[in-house]
Design a protein around this ligand. Sequence first.
Ligand code: CU
Length: 108
Amino acid sequence: MKRLLLLTTLALLPLFVSAADDPGYTLRLKDHRYQPSVLHIPANTRIRLEVINQDASPEEFESSDFPAEKIVMPNSRMSLFIGPFKPGRYGFYGDFHQPTAQGSLIVE
Ligand SMILES: [Cu+2]
């Protein structure tokens, strides 16, 4: 019985390891612009993206090229998981300040 429990635990372990191993990247919003505005990330990998909003108004991280839509409050941060992506260029923007809040992911 104990042996069975151990095997079950070991079988589940890779799930947790893989979640902890998701590489993390950070974008900052300042003056309604993304910094950096171009982010290089690896292909075929799910990544954790942290968005830090240093502006005094809310923003919404959003894309038309991949599923993502999440609000980040003023002077706050949020994170979301995106990908995995095939190699290429994927745009994202801030839905509330689209004229300036534009960026791209370069997946390679
Ligand atoms: Cu939106």
